[in-house]
Write a protein that binds this ligand. Structure first.
Ligand SMILES: [Zn+2]
Length: 712
């Protein structure tokens, strides 16, 4: 159906469910969509905005840091809802290496010994604009970084902007050595663990990471409680794990950290774990400001100035001395995943859908907006079960624990079930499901068309479908981009279909796609959100700023559910390898251009041929999927084609097996595509790049051969 007739239908429809009933058409993987359209409609009538709001209120009533008694209470709540819907439910414990702050003391003095700040100060907003009803809860832990080292250090302070590799290099070029110093960096631009990774490599004694008001504070809009942005005392907690090396429990890379796993089978030496030895701690801008304001040294380069009302300096002289005393209590602590299963006709083909449950504090947006939505998805599945529905494929819903510390609950479960997951047909993630009204998604290329079709089946609270609103927002963005002439950045335009992002890292899809090659998606609905990982990400903030009537919760419950339904019931697995082939060909072309610019002597001939072969094979199988009928064994082959894209692991970080997607070693959140090759080029290392090109050629040829055989 074209977009004109779709809009007509919307205009005529009574809100909500008419789309699903009126719109069946060509859906990838179905020859005849009519029965599925009925199940879709039956499902979509169930997820309830009010109930989602109730789940959210209950789940976020107390701080529920992973491994705490309050966290266990939320596991019981989720397990009860899974059981009530008829899912076979289990609570799965793991023992993982977690730090809890014993003592956090940070102070700064000027050259004369006068105290400039002594903190950190507690997160607090005054009674103006309504105050905050949650901030005084005694169970709120002092703001800290997961995976931080312990230490008592005193040193001069240096400002390193966002703490990217380029920032540290620029600092060195300006003659400033961070060795023996405490580095002050602002949030943004990369994953916080990467900031500490580089600072430690260069000999820093400690790292302070603060939230600049230019990033998510008053420069962006009104501060909470008046608006949605970060107040002066608001702190962004978060893990400084070396996520790009490996995620999950630090003591058990590649192995499940089950409760009975003895210490003798764990890495118990902190120096060998995926985390820093030096102390790191987050700060509010209220606490960082007196440090920054009094620093000496040169004025910062262009682009390093943040939003505070004075000129920033690089430091490194004697004007400000900082004292950090950070003591962490590390031990193996128990965490709890909740897994709920709906048996399908095929017990081996799993559709896994998950969201994490643990929060730094109350976690209204991150992550329990996702948990509330998922519980309403499960509610809908329960109603279908009562009506006699049985999916073709087996469905598993997962409520992960300790995601915030480094994707621990998901990684350990994935490592435990690696064998079975080789047949899992998809993993669907949602983390920050709702912080506002703007839908967005990331996916492997083979699932992008699938995801577009899912969002075409779900109504948007704004009218029309989720897909219509998503496309309209992207087109409006593009127009703004045209007017502002973004520094020569050319972008793919959303004129006909929505752009879907590339999976990087920072949430629970990472072990599925990047370690095991399970095709994955990640969805969320965004808006102005300045209280990330602070005590102010709570129910009060949520109902004032994100979704007062929970209609976006309902929307996300439906999108999440329709993803699961279509993947579980499709006649042919709805993978689009034609899109995959096109994407990979684009990545290869871009890498070749970069290598040429760097004048690296690398031979790309075999890679060109392999990419072309993979693209052609993808075209052939996509035609079969579009027809909605396929010979026996076709689905298994299509799934195997993704597993074939796993290699022996990336240099220096072999846990990451996927040859097309990984988080960047020096970005963390952002994906690096064909990572082995591109990181070889960035490192200016021709031999390493050639080796990685050869790995990629092997994987693409293997995957192409599987697709070619399937298309015969
Ligand atoms: Zn999260």
């Amino acid at each position: 159906m074209n977009s004109f007739s779709k809009r007509m239908l919307v205009a005529l429809a009574v809100p909500s469910l008419a789309m699903a009933q009126g719109a069946p058409k060509n859906v990838l993987g179905y020859k005849d969509f009519s029965q599925q359209a009925k199940w879709d409609a039956a499902f979509m009538s169930v997820p309830d905005a009010k109930l989602a709001g109730e789940h959210l209120k209950i789940l976020t009533a107390e701080p529920h840091w992973a491994s705490s008694p309050e966290d266990y209470k939320t596991a019981l709540y989720v397990a009860d809802k899974f059981k009530a819907a008829g899912l076979k439910t289990e609570i799965v414990p793991y023992k993982v290496w977690l730090n809890k702050p014993l003592k956090i003391e940070i102070s700064a003095k000027d050259a004369s010994g006068k105290t400039l700040m002594h903190g950190p100060n507690a997160e607090h907003v005054g009674p103006a604009d309504g105050g905050d009803p949650f901030q005084d809860d005694k169970r709120i832990l002092p703001a800290f970084n997961g995976s931080s080292g312990s230490g008592d250090v005193t040193a001069q302070v240096v400002y390193a902007n966002h703490g990217t590799l380029q920032d540290f290099d620029e600092l060195a070029k300006m003659g400033i050595d961070v060795k023996g110093k405490i580095v002050l960096v602002r949030y943004g631009a990369n994953f916080r663990g990467v900031k500490v990774y580089i600072a430690q490599q260069r000999g820093a004694l400690g790292v302070l990471i603060y939230s600049d008001p230019a990033d998510d504070g008053y420069v962006r809009g009104d501060m909470y409680p008046k608006g949605a942005y970060r107040p002066a005392t608001g702190v962004q907690r978060g893990s400084v794990q070396f996520l790009p090396i490996y995620p999950g429990d630090p003591t058990t890379p590649g192995v499940a950290s089950t409760v009975d796993l003895p210490d003798s089978q764990r890495i118990m030496d902190p120096k060998k774990m995926n985390q820093p030895m030096i102390p790191a701690n987050p700060l509010s801008y209220m606490d960082a400001s007196p440090i920054l304001e009094h620093m000496d040294g040169a004025v910062v380069p262009k682009g390093w100035q943040g939003g505070l009302p004075f000129t920033y300096h690089l430091g490194g002289g004697g004007a400000v001395t900082v004292h950090m005393n950070v003591q962490q209590d590390y031990k193996l602590r128990t965490i709890w995943d909740v897994i709920g299963t709906i048996d399908g006709d095929d017990p081996n083909a799993w559709v896994v859908a998950g969201n994490h449950r643990d929060a730094w504090v109350f976690g209204a947006v991150d992550p329990n907006s996702g948990t509330a939505a998922m519980l309403e998805t499960v509610h809908g599945m329960g109603e279908l079960l009562k009506q006699g529905w049985k999916p073709k494929r087996t469905i598993k819903f997962a409520s992960w624990d300790a995601e915030e510390e480094g994707l621990m609950g998901s990684t350990e479960w994935v490592e435990q079930h690696a064998e079975e997951l080789h047949h899992a047909v998809a993993y669907f993630n949602t983390d920050v499901a709702v912080s506002g009204p703007d839908f967005g998604a990331e996916a492997v290329p083979s699932l992008k068309q699938f995801l577009r079709e899912v969002t075409e089946a779900v109504p948007s609270p704004k009218g029309g479908t989720v897909y219509d609103e998503w496309l309209r927002a992207q087109q409006a963005d593009d127009r703004v981009g045209d007017q502002q002439l973004f520094a020569g950045v050319k972008r793919e335009r959303a004129t006909q279909e929505v752009r879907i992002g590339t999976l990087g890292s920072g949430s629970d899809y990472t072990p599925f796609i990047q370690h095991l090659g399970v095709p994955s998606t990640d969805i969320g609905s965004d808006g102005p959100y300045g209280v990330y990982h602070s005590a102010f990400d709570n129910y009060n903030w949520f109902i004032k700023n994100a979704d007062p009537t929970f209609v976006y919760e309902q929307e996300m419950a439906r999108v999440f559910g329709v993803e699961v339904l279509h993947m579980a019931d499709a006649e042919v697995l709805p993978y689009d390898y034609a899109a995959y082939g096109k994407a990979v060909a684009g990545y290869v072309k871009a890498a070749e251009k970069d290598a040429a610019e760097e004048k690296l002597a690398v031979n790309f001939a075999a890679l060109d041929a392999a990419a072309a072969r993979f693209a052609a094979a993808g075209q052939a199988t996509s035609k079969i999927v579009q027809g909605g009928t396929a010979p026996a064994g076709f689905d298994a082959a299509e799934r195997e084609a993704e597993t074939a894209l796993l290699g022996p692991g990336l240099p220096r970080r072999t846990w990451y097996k996927h040859v097309i997607y990984a988080p960047g070693e020096y970005t963390g959140y952002a994906a690096v595509v064909i990572p082995g090759v591109n990181e070889g080029i960035t490192a200016d290392d021709a031999a390493r790049t050639q080796g990685q090109v050869d790995e990629l050629v092997t994987a693409l040829n293997k995957s192409a051969a599987i697709l070619e055989a399937a298309a015969k």
